[in-house]
Design a protein around this ligand. Structure first.
Ligand code: GLN
Length: 491
């Protein structure tokens, strides 16, 4: 191995792209390096599918583009995709037995956009089944280990994405965030991730969990990388996603270095209450001090319905999931039971065999809250409170430009610690759910280390379409700190 390729995996997306453009290294060399690392790290459980032949063909095509001078800011850089994005050239399972071995006849818009920009797909990344979970322990295939401590979860549901980036198996990954699944695993693995405004990135070809909440976003090591990736993945897709916003794609890199002098950073008191562990609080407080040094002003604010976001989300998300998952009936997609007596029996057995416990639990809750007699009491009430939660943010944004707080109440917990207690998992989502319910952009930025030397994430939440501001804030913090550069031992 040449001296360059021995440390290729430490380079960021931006650095790799520059080296590729300068022809210091070829896309094939870079790809081979990351593929070798990814295959060798099987013990982490981050990947669910590879197709090396296809991956190398993409790398060759990228080299041809670079030779012809036809480059985007991402050409030749590898990326891996959460297994919730459907792809033609890799199986797409959403972490479920229901879809084991399933190949889509088309690529999701997000994957297609990265392909068009010349990125090279390394493979598909493990996740909680249908993105339901907070620790990646709900994957039907295998858990993912946290690269910082193999006895801990990497977060979820985009746990494979976060672990793969943290372990330098890929410089970038896609994730999806319905109630925190980009921000929380990014925080737990010490990387950077952003969920844009709902509707900003197309949901076409993203296997649906809760359609009014699901949103795709990038996960990488730096805010600079996330800006490059987000610019490539967003934009209208009006013919194929009815909730896609008719707002042109933006160049999120342009304002990374803007001054944040005078910026008002809202600190919601509800995010700093009893439930927040002391180690996470200390790291978040230190990051906020950095912002003060950079000229920002901290403003106390209130998001009074923060606590209600848990019951509201855990009514709305299962309600939508119960409807979305009705398509998995053994007829059209994936698994079908072998032995059955009639059509009804086939449906029942297929679904009993194909879905895991958490998915079944949510289908049952969802069906219940939507049923006659309970719809008004649960679903309708939840929708009303969801609106109030969104209004609370608008009140807050009268006093501040951006909101900051922790991503999660603790650092990553031990594998198995909460797996038999679904409610304990749900409660840990308290700080990510409010922005999801309001459809606001949110991001996680490495902000230090807590108990057991585990990474802590700072959450930044902005108003609709303020992705550039969030990335600017994150980038400024990353210029002042080195948390995003640190890596797990032995990597
Ligand atoms: N942890 C939350 C859940 O289990 C969020 C998951 C997500 O964002 N996909 O639903």
């Amino acid at each position: 191995m040449s001296p360059i390729s021995s440390n290729l995996h430490d380079l960021t997306v931006a650095q790799l792209a520059a080296k590729l453009r300068a022809k210091d290294v070829s896309a094939v060399e870079v790809t081979q390096h990351f593929l070798a690392r990814s295959h060798a790290a099987d013990n982490l459980g981050a990947y669910l599918a590879f197709n090396d032949e296809f991956t190398l063909s993409q790398a060759k095509a990228a080299d041809a583009r670079i030779a012809a001078g036809d480059v985007s800011p991402l050409t030749g850089v590898p990326i891996a995709h959460k297994d919730i994005f459907v792809t033609k050239n890799f199986s797409s399972t959403a972490g479920s037995k229901m879809l084991a071995g399933y190949y889509s006849s088309f690529d999701s818009t997000v994957v297609n956009k990265f392909d068009c920009s010349g990125m090279v797909s390394l493979g598909k990344l493990n996740c909680d089944e249908f993105a339901m979970g907070s620790g990646n322990e709900n994957s039907a295939f295998k858990p993912v280990l946290n690269p910082w401590d193999h006895s801990r979860i990497p977060g979820g549901s985009s746990g494979g994405s976060a672990a793969a980036v943290a372990a330098r198996l890929t410089p970038a990954a896609t994730g999806t965030d319905t109630g925190g699944s980009i921000r929380q695993p990014a925080a737990f693995c010490g990387i950077t991730g952003i969920k844009p405004t709902y509707g900003r990135a197309s949901r076409y070809g993203m296997i649906a969990f809760a359609s009014s909440l699901d949103q795709a976003g990038p996960m990488a090591r730096t805010a600079e990388d996330c800006a490059l990736l987000l610019s490539a993945m967003c934009g209208p897709d009006l013919d194929r996603d009815s909730t896609s916003l008719d707002v042109p794609a933006e160049d999120y890199s342009r304002s990374l270095n803007d001054s944040i002098e005078g910026l008002r950073v809202g600190i919601p008191k509800e995010f700093f209450g009893e439930g927040l562990s002391a180690d996470v609080r200390a790291a978040v407080d230190a990051a906020l001090k950095e912002y003060e040094k950079l000229g920002a002003k901290l403003v106390p604010i209130s998001l009074p319905r923060t606590e209600l976001s848990i019951p509201v989300y855990y009514i709305i998300a299962p309600a939508e999931a119960s409807s979305n998952l009705s398509r998995f009936d053994g007829v059209k997609f994936g698994h079908r039971a072998q032995n059955y007596t009639d059509l009804n029996d086939m449906y029942k057995k297929t679904r009993a065999e194909g879905f895991g416990d958490e998915v079944k639990r949510r289908i049952m809750i969802g069906t219940y809250v939507l049923s006659h007699g309970y719809y008004d009491a649960y679903y309708l009430q939840a929708q009303k409170i969801r609106r109030m939660i969104a209004d609370d943010f608008q009140q807050a944004f009268k006093q501040c430009d951006v909101i900051a707080g922790p991503v999660a109440p603790t650092v990553a917990w031990k594998l198995g610690e909460k797996s038999s207690d679904p409610v304990a998992n749900y409660l840990a989502d308290i700080f990510t759910l409010p922005a999801s319910l309001a459809g606001l952009p949110g991001m996680s930025v490495p902000a230090g280390f807590g108990e057991g030397g585990m990474p802590v994430g700072l959450q930044l939440i902005g108003n609709y379409f303020s992705e550039a501001k969030l990335l600017n804030m994150a980038h400024r913090l990353q210029q002042a700190t080195d948390f995003h550069v640190r890596k797990p031992e032995g990597i």
